[in-house]
Unconditional design. Sequence first.
Length: 458
Amino acid sequence: MKFAHEFKAALEREGYPQHWLDSAIPYGQLKKVLKKVQRELNDFGLDPETMRQLLSAEATPSAGGSIAMAKYHLDPNKSNLLRPRLTVFVQLEDGVAVDASLSPASRKLLEKLASTMPVLEDGATIRSSSPISDRGNVDPTPISPVAEDAAAPIVEPDQRLQRIEVPLVFDGEFFQVLQTDVASLEILQKEEQESMNASIVQLGREISEVAKPSRYSKSDLSRWREIFELYLDARIFFSSNELDHGTRTSDVALKQLVWFQNEVQKRELRSRFKLASSQGAYKNFLALNATLLQNLKFQEINKRAVTKILKKFDKRTSLGVSRDFPVVVQSVSSMGEAIAKNICAQVSTEVVSQVPRLDDYLCPICFSIAWLPVRLTCHHVFCIRCTVKMQREKKRTCPLCRADVIMEADTTNLDEDLIKFLERWFRKETREKQKANEIERGKELFGESYEHSACRIM
């Protein structure tokens, strides 16, 4: 299937909103303009093979040195719209082009163009194409060779190196259409990101209500904590792993999103919600991820469209714009990545952070919750059991920073604020750790036969 049909089918298949479709790269229109560019170059005798030879060849003026026989510039004007210019340097002897790389038709045409242009004092002349806004009139306007090319050579009167700006029309139209639509894409993505940002803030409020701790068991804190742990493990849109670091492709993101939903279903987390509002919050959470995935797909297909049309431009003209015009490609390719990064960061800040993660409060020695938390002078936190063990073993330095602070720790190093925080958000985990500490202490005092039991009234 040709890409034009594939592009159109992809836009229709994904069910994008109409205002998204209006901002998509007009691949079909660009193909039509490209045909006009190709026809225009052929009319000048500048077929792809001739252009390839000119762009790779060098002319040697009598003043010495060398200069490329053809250059294609994409210079922005005051409005930052690109003004493409095709400049050809021709060696003339008595008004006749002597460049061996030119075909007879090309030599004849360039001789005609050169004959209509004034010869400047240094023997170089230039022809300027009209601005994009005046494409109906292609009469050239002489431009100072110093302003155009400070390295213009001084040549002998009998053999002059003339600089001719080929008056193309449709290449300017091509890049104007492409630039305008890329700018439209950027505006669309900014609007969509703002919309998603607002949804994320609202979702964060919903999660904070359904996941806040409650002494009457009317909270879904543990369910949401497990959901977010799965979500972070899935790394749906962005990975920080060394092997696959960076933004996910839409295919990989879809695969990871499906895995996340399957794991939530497998563990029956939704069916275990105690609050009805948690069901709505979860649906909104999935909808947000679906919107971001759709956005990522839209950016990818438009990036492919830009890359394809620029490669097709090069194939039909040999002007090398894919190499000289990376700004558009980079702009389109970076949009999806930037949005994925920004949205994932905000989801982490506004939504996931509403439910504190156990991994953030583990003792770095025993890797269980740091209970009771002992904050050393160096500010590192360990559980009380590991701290006591280090003191018994006469270990003086902090395992993390090597500061000499272990032996000076006492009850004043207990972090009271952190104790309250852990009791509030990790009630189950702190009770389990407290019980484990008591069992371990009991075995130290009474031997391995010690069995922990709750107090009984006899």
